[in-house]
Design a protein around this ligand. Structure first.
Ligand code: HAM
Length: 416
């Protein structure tokens, strides 16, 4: 067939959908556990929101947005990330007037016109959180620990938490001046991207993955040396709380992030297993963004994780949701009774498969083993008459006869 999915987009199905669901379900569970509430915002917003929110000079706004004019002549953009939309919603509904501390989580597709490769797509999913109304570094530590717990609950280890502080806007301006001076000295040796970035967004030069640039910038001044008293105190307290929570972290003084709204704490959770797309979760504080978008001075912090990147790290064997019961029925007269049995099992949250075409016992047992069913119930004419069913437990090898109620109790007991 000639028609294929658009470059940078993909279908998620088969064993991948188990991974996808596991990630979303685990995120929900962990975030609810920390007192977060779900929020759903539109997939598209006014372009201006992202221009003002993310920053005109970022790669995302400059080159990566899916922007179009709708039939009413409005400039619309498919959201490249979730933070700006959640902030817009929080301000629009004046939630700050009703609550002091607001904690939201979200998940859904985001769109960026990037060069596709493993772990980098044009449509990708994020799960994220945003917290409004609190500037305490204990919250920064709690959020980082929540991101780490989320990854751990997925069975993903071998991760490194990197932290840094970008200070306030004044600290950053002072720093940028010094950094620019340093970059000017090294200008000729830098890649074209860095040469372009240096003028508008010099911090991003520090983030360049090019080895030559990394070498040239080895001696560059570090933002941490430009923090004022407040920001320094915040950063020191963050580290103290992380230690208290027994969260391992590495300080990365070159961690700057690609979006413009960050102040003070920034962090990433990275893996070495995904090459240059190794950041699986990233975020930080953005205490000035609400002022920028809605003239409200409210501190905020959040993060987002890339679902596809997490999927690449999940082990296949861990996620397959097992078929619990396979019902094999013999003879057309037991078919509708077997259907009724499958219904009783499913009502009790027991995953059950039954086929509708009449097949030999051998063929059905083969199918049960292909599906990796844990139990098989065999129903023939005798079973239908007596209500006593043949039950086989594949794990223990046990084969006996029970009523459906006894089977349900037994399976539930084992699941506990
Ligand atoms: P971000 O660093 O742009 O931050 O994206 C967060 C995560 O989304 C990345 O670490 C990565 O795992 C995933 N990601 C980003 N772009 C792609 C892509 N093209 N393909 C696949 N995965 C991708 C944000 O979006 C901020 N809104 C995070 C935040 C929330 N900061 C504060 N609150």
């Amino acid at each position: 067939m000639k028609l294929k999915a658009v470059r940078g987009t993909k279908d998620i199905f088969g064993s991948d959908i188990f991974k996808f669901d596991k990630i979303i379900n685990t995120a929900k569970k962990v975030f609810l556990n920390f007192g977060y509430e779900n929020i759903i915002t539109p997939i598209f917003e006014k372009t201006e929101l992202f221009q003002r929110g993310i920053g005109e000079e970022t790669d995302v706004v400059e080159k990566e947005m899916y922007t179009f004019e709708d039939k009413g002549g409005r400039s619309i953009t498919l959201r490249p990330e979730g933070t700006a939309s959640v902030v817009r919603s929080y301000l629009e509904h004046k939630i700050y007037g009703k609550e002091n501390l607001t904690k939201y989580f979200y998940y859904g597709p985001m769109f960026r016109y990037e060069r596709p490769q493993a772990g980098r797509y044009r449509e990708f999913y994020q799960v994220g959180v945003e917290t409004f109304g609190e500037n305490d570094p204990a919250l920064d530590a709690e959020i980082i620990s929540m991101g780490y717990m989320f990854a751990n609950k997925l069975g993903i280890n071998d991760l490194e938490i990197q932290i840094n502080s970008l200070g306030n806007s004044e600290n950053r301006e002072n720093y940028q001046k010094e950094l620019k001076k340093y970059i000017e000295l090294k200008y000729d040796g830098l890649c074209n991207d860095c040469k372009r970035r240096y003028l508008k967004n010099p911090l991003r030069v520090l983030d360049c993955k090019n080895e030559k640039c990394k070498n040239e910038l080895k001696g560059a001044p570090l933002i941490i040396d430009f923090l004022d008293g407040e920001s320094k105190k915040h950063y020191v307290a963050l580290k103290m709380y992380l230690d208290e929570l027994e969260i391992p972290y590495t300080e990365n003084p070159r961690l700057v992030r690609g979006l413009d709204y960050y102040t003070d704490t920034v962090f990433e959770i990275v893996t070495k297993k995904l090459g240059s797309q190794g950041t699986v979760l990233a975020g930080g504080r953005y205490n000035k963004l609400l002022e920028e978008i809605g003239n409200e001075s409210i501190p905020a912090i959040g993060f987002a994780a890339g679902v596809e990147r997490l999927m690449l790290l999940l082990e296949e064997k861990e996620v397959e949701e097992k078929v619990e019961v396979f019902i094999a029925w013999l003879g057309n007269e037991s078919k509708s009774f077997s259907l009724n049995i499958s219904n009783q099992l499913r009502k009790n949250d027991i995953n059950t498969i039954i086929l509708f075409e009449e097949k030999s016992l051998r063929a059905q047992m083969k199918k049960a083993s292909k599906l990796k069913a844990k139990y098989v119930i065999i129903i023939g004419e005798d079973e239908k008459k007596s209500g006593v069913l043949s039950f086989k437990d594949y794990d223990t090898g046990e084969q006996s006869k029970y009523s459906i109620n006894e089977i349900i109790v037994k399976i539930k007991e084992e699941k506990k």
